[in-house]
Design a protein. Structure first.
Length: 251
């Protein structure tokens, strides 16, 4: 298990935000990996977070196991698998510095997209868009999920215009990301990232994630999250910029 105090000073807040996201503060968990990547390599950080995400997925899938859209999942899961494979090939073939730069760029774009949506902006596929666009967005979702555990924006661009009932939207989202998280397991195995050190570190962080998920469920009903979201996404832009700076400086 990792014993670097700097790592845990970043990882514990990161995992708390990840838990809050699963508890109802959708989107804020995307900052978890960039924060951890300030202390360790982004691929190692992603491998540590993946078992935590898989444990958290169980609750969402069980709760909405009867509410999901078959056609969306049938299109986007196979295409996301292609994106995961592309993300794996990138991580296997390029330097850690390049991955750091890609993660920084994804973090900044994700945060800007979320701030844009919060101010009424919309970047969505038309409801009658061709299936090929949905497949392409599925590839993009798988790729960004493999690199940064941040696959929601491309997924939402395709799904939100469908006007699904709320329970079906949440269930489809939960099942999609639970499935692609499992699809990422072979990629991280192939990268040699499921070491005993990484798995023990993930196990140590999992109780924090579960507790913060329950806290998120409680908090989301009691506070107005707008300012919280804005602060998190501004911080995410700053963290993304720091990752880009580290990459330019050689890691």
């Amino acid at each position: 298990m990792l014993n670097d105090p700097v790592f845990y000073a970043l990882a514990i807040p990161a995992v708390i935000l990840l838990g809050l996201a699963k508890g109802g503060f959708a989107g804020v968990g995307a900052i978890a990996l960039p924060l951890m990547a300030l202390a360790i390599s982004p691929v190692k950080a992603a491998a540590i977070l993946l078992p935590v995400l898989i444990v958290q997925d169980v609750v969402g899938v069980w709760a909405f196991r009867r509410s999901w859209d078959r056609s969306i999942l049938a299109l986007m899961i196979p295409s996301a698998a292609v994106g995961i494979a592309l993300g794996y090939l990138l991580a296997a073939q390029v330097s850690a510095t390049t991955i750091l730069a890609v993660l920084g760029a994804i973090s900044i774009v994700f945060a800007i997209q979320r701030l844009w949506l919060a101010r009424g902006g919309r970047i969505q596929a038309p409801s009658n868009a061709p299936v090929a666009l949905g497949a392409l967005l599925g590839v993009a979702s798988g790729f960004t999920s493999q690199i940064a555990h941040a696959g929601q924006p491309p997924f939402q661009m395709w799904v939100l215009p469908k006007g699904l009932p709320p329970a079906v939207l949440v269930g489809t989202t939960a099942i999609f990301f639970a499935t692609i998280n499992w699809l990422k397991v072979p990629a991280y195995l192939a990268l040699g990232q499921f070491t005993s050190e990484n798995l023990l570190t993930a196990a140590a962080l999992t109780p924090v994630a579960i507790a913060s998920t329950l806290a998120g469920v409680w908090l989301v009903r009691r506070i107005k999250p707008e300012r919280f979201y804005t602060a998190i996404y501004v911080l995410m832009i700053a963290v993304g910029a720091q990752l880009l700076w580290k990459a330019l400086a050689g890691g």
